[in-house]
Design a protein around this ligand. Structure first.
Ligand SMILES: NC(=O)c1ccc[n+]([C@@H]2O[C@H](COP(=O)([O-])OP(=O)(O)OC[C@H]3O[C@@H](n4cnc5c(N)ncnc54)[C@H](O)[C@@H]3O)[C@@H](O)[C@H]2O)c1
Length: 326
């Protein structure tokens, strides 16, 4: 078995890479290093290809043939919601073209096992929570649209080329499995709050008047190492059903409020900074929590790590990054 990890120098891809390396699997990484960092992929061959560029399919086919690849995990994508609203054409081009190149190359080389990074963003603003996979998909920004269109493309390629494919809809990913693999981009509650605390600024709560346990928004936070383990469960369960394209939520099934997250972060950071409360952001639902029953029933995976471990590890990783930068 040899696994191709696209985007393996990124935050989540590097965790899957390290788990596969630890159990002795053969791996090759393809990444353009646009947001990734090659040092995260230490010990692996990293081939630099922009998967959205002309000629990517052919270049990737050659890499796959050379490394005897027989399974693929496709992480490589742009993931900034705000940027996707400002530049939808860039998101459609990059996220869809890169997926098309990877699926095309897998057909060229005859690879039939495929895992795709999707997102809870495909649900948009769910009508109710917990959210199951059969809930309506109604993305509210171009990023989420590219993930939903990506799932459709995976489904089409599975039918056309006999892939056995899984799309994983990640909920709110946080934490670090190793101190050197933290998420460096301030794009979600945990990383934005860490970034502010490190700059001596108080974290921000957007709305404390929701109908929730403490008035702040509730989300399903999943430890990146649990998420990485879900990829291994998905990979190991592939290969017996050509033409099948399954979709699974990856979350814990438990919600945590913004205030709970920030309280734990304050404990880890010891900053003494009291969060600022600002008005709600338009369109933010009170609560979005995954129903993860399907992936547990079909792949035997469930999250085992809690909020404290997630937040503490994210803070430790930020300390590690700050020390390395000094
Ligand atoms: N982090 C999250 O909370 C989250 C939630 C839901 C879904 N996802 C999805 O998971 C995947 C990985 O996310 P991440 O948080 O690790 O992001 P990341 O930015 O850390 O990693 C993405 C990696 O892909 C590479 N890449 C991007 N465009 C490329 C291209 N055209 N060609 C080759 N390489 C390219 C980047 O250099 C980077 O190493 C993405 O598809 C993202 O949309 C992430």
């Amino acid at each position: 078995m040899s696994t191709l990890i696209t985007g393996g120098a990124g935050y989540i891809g590097a965790h899957v890479l390290r788990l596969l390396q630890e159990r002795g699997d053969r791996v090759v990484v393809v990444d353009d290093l646009s947001s990734g960092d090659e040092s995260r992929a230490s010990g692996a061959t990293v081939v630099r290809i922009d998967l959205a560029s002309d000629g990517a399919r052919g270049a990737l086919s050659r890499v796959m043939a050379e490394h005897g690849v027989d399974r693929i995990v496709h992480f490589a994508a742009r993931k900034q919601v705000g940027e996707s609203v400002a530049h939808p054409e860039v998101y459609y081009r990059d996220n869809i073209a890169s997926l098309a190149a990877v699926l095309g190359a897998s057909a060229d080389v005859g690879v039939h096992r495929f895992v795709f990074s999707s997102s809870a963003a495909v649900y948009g603003t769910p009508a109710s929570s917990p959210v199951s996979e059969d809930a309506a998909t109604n993305p509210i920004n171009p990023y989420g649209e590219t993930k939903l269109a990506g799932e459709w493309l995976v489904r089409g390629a599975a039918a056309a080329h006999g892939l056995d494919a899984v799309s994983l809809r990640y909920f709110n990913v946080a934490g670090a499995g190793w101190d050197d693999l933290g998420d460096p981009s301030p794009l979600n509650l945990v990383t934005i709050a860490i970034d502010r605390i490190r700059r001596g600024l108080p974290p921000i709560i957007l709305g404390d008047d929701y109908d929730t346990v403490d008035g702040t928004g509730v989300r399903d936070y999943i430890h990146v190492l649990d998420l990485a383990e879900a990829h291994l469960a998905a990979l190991d369960g592939l290969g017996t059903n050509p033409g099948r394209a399954r979709v699974y939520n990856v979350g814990t099934g438990r919600g945590a409020s913004v205030r709970e997250v920030l309280d734990r972060l304050e404990l880890a950071a010891g900053s003494g900074l009291t969060p600022l409360v600002e008005p709600r952001r338009a369109g933010d639902p009170a609560e979005v929590v995954a129903n993860p029953a399907l992936i547990e029933a079909e792949l035997g995976w469930r999250a085992s790590r809690g909020l404290d471990e997630m937040v503490d590890s994210a803070w430790r990783a930020s300390e590690h990054r700050a020390a390395a930068a000094r």
